[in-house]
Design a protein around this ligand. Structure first.
Ligand code: NAP
Ligand code: MG
Length: 399
């Protein structure tokens, strides 16, 4: 069989620990034998990040901007223990945070659904994708404990020195107060990325806030989304999808009765909370993918889970591991499919779908890693180790 030619380089970001072991295996089994592809390789393993003073992270983000699509392995975000373990120069920042800020991107989390792994919520049939705004609100707030009686005010001083004041509360006794902010520019980028991703996935877009109560702050988010919806109206109509605004409590109630298949965009705090609810409802961390999308349509695909350190320790001791590689495989198929779309390469898109089908068919036939055993309703379940599982997928792909 001749290999499929891929004309544009794909940006590859290698990572750490158990996912780095899986990564190499994915390339050897599923990429090199089938594709004639240039992988522009960046080693984001923590040792090389340390060696380059994290320059490699900045470089790979710019490579994604240049080529349009990247695929990333999970990476260690160093803390004090990791600094000691790897003898690092310092606690380098999270690579995901660095790449996200260079791309000005939004992260979307998408579960992989499998017919014999029923979600905890009976109504859910299709993936619910969550888009969380990742700037401001509670996460950049300032807070004060109020010891006793006194006035708290909001004061805005413009560049000419003119003041605008608003009473927050006239305290008669002790209490607490908080100041939050957000930026039009950040909300606009978020809205753009959400419309890009809804169009790319061909799914409807829901956005939810509490603008009945927060008539300026939450209402600003809604107005920016509504304006973007107006600009993208024709594109959405052509794709056969819609944009809808809901009150957050209405959206939460509806999501529990809905079959899914939408992109649900949320403010920072709501996204933090609801993404964990949705992820646990769909089953395993090993079945959750994550896509970073920039407002101008650059994409980075990865698994939502970390480097699975606990399994790596077993691997280092020569013990058998049963790490689920599905989300990492889908990071590759997502990136290859997007590369195919951008290059007009149907053969490559078909290959990505075939690899996804081989992966899902393997699990549906009863062969799976340990994390899925308690979740699957398959009659003849067989637990495979990390490598046997990938071998089983490869056998199906060969057929
Ligand atoms: P983790 O790697 O996601 O693993 C936590 C636990 O979840 C594992 O011990 C395992 O449970 C289960 N799990 C996760 N992925 C799995 C998979 N593919 N197959 C089977 N089980 C899986 O989180 P962590 O242990 O908190 O973090 C480890 C490192 O990853 C840290 O250094 C952190 O900085 C980094 N991290 C990176 C990213 C990223 O690059 N996007 C995200 C999160 C964390 P059992 O042990 O019970 O089997
Ligand atoms: Mg959370």
């Amino acid at each position: 069989m001749s290999k499929i030619k891929v004309k544009t380089p794909l940006v590859e970001l290698d990572g750490d620990e158990m996912t780095r072991i899986i990564w190499k295996e994915i390339k050897e089994r599923f990429i090199y034998p089938y594709l004639d592809i240039t992988l522009e390789y960046y080693d984001l393993g923590v040792e090389y990040r340390d060696k380059t003073e994290d320059q490699v992270t900045v470089d790979c983000a710019h490579a994604i901007i240049k080529h349009g699509v990247g695929v990333k392995c999970a990476t260690i975000t160093p803390n004090a223990d990791r600094v000691k373990e790897f003898n690092l120069k310092k606690e380098w920042p999270s690579p995901n945070g660095t790449i996200r800020s260079i791309l000005d991107g939004t992260v979307f989390r998408k579960p992989i659904t499998i017919s014999n792994i029923p979600p905890a919520v009976k109504a859910w049939k299709k993936p619910i994708i969550i888009g969380r705004h990742a700037y401001g609100d509670l996460y950049k707030d300032v807070e004060m404990q109020i010891p006793g009686p006194g006035k708290v005010e909001l004061v805005y001083t413009n560049t000419e020195g003119k003041e605008e004041r608003l009473l927050v509360h006239d305290f008669k006794g002790p209490g607490v107060v908080m100041g939050q902010h957000n930026l039009d520019k950040s909300i606009e980028s978020f809205a753009k990325a959400c419309f890009n991703f809804a169009l790319s996935e061909k799914v409807p877009l829901w956005f939810a806030t509490k603008d009945t109560i927060s008539k300026k702050y939450h209402a600003r988010f809604r107005a920016i989304f509504d304006a973007e919806a107006k600009r993208r109206e024709e594109e959405m109509k052509q794709a056969g999808i819609y944009y809808a605004y809901y009150l957050i409590d209405d959206a939460v109630a509806q999501i529990m009765k809905n079959e899914g298949g939408m992109l649900w965009a949320l403010m920072n705090y709501d996204g933090d909370v609801q993404s964990d609810m949705v992820a646990s409802g769909f089953g395993s961390l090993g079945l959750m993918t994550s896509v970073l999308v920039s407002p101008d349509g650059k994409y980075e695909f990865e698994a939502a889970h970390g480097t699975v350190t606990r399994h790596y320790r077993q691997y280092q001791k020569g013990e058998i591991t049963s790490t689920n590689s599905v989300a990492s495989i889908f990071a590759w198929t997502g990136a290859l499919h997007k590369r195919g779309e951008l290059d007009g390469n149907q053969e490559l898109m078909d290959f990505a779908k075939r690899l996804e089908k081989a992966t899902i068919d393997t699990i549906e036939s009863g062969e799976m890693t340990k994390d899925l055993i308690p979740l699957s309703t398959a009659a003849n379940k067989k637990q495979l180790d990390t490598f046997q599982f990938m071998e089983a997928i490869q056998k199906r792909l060969e057929k």
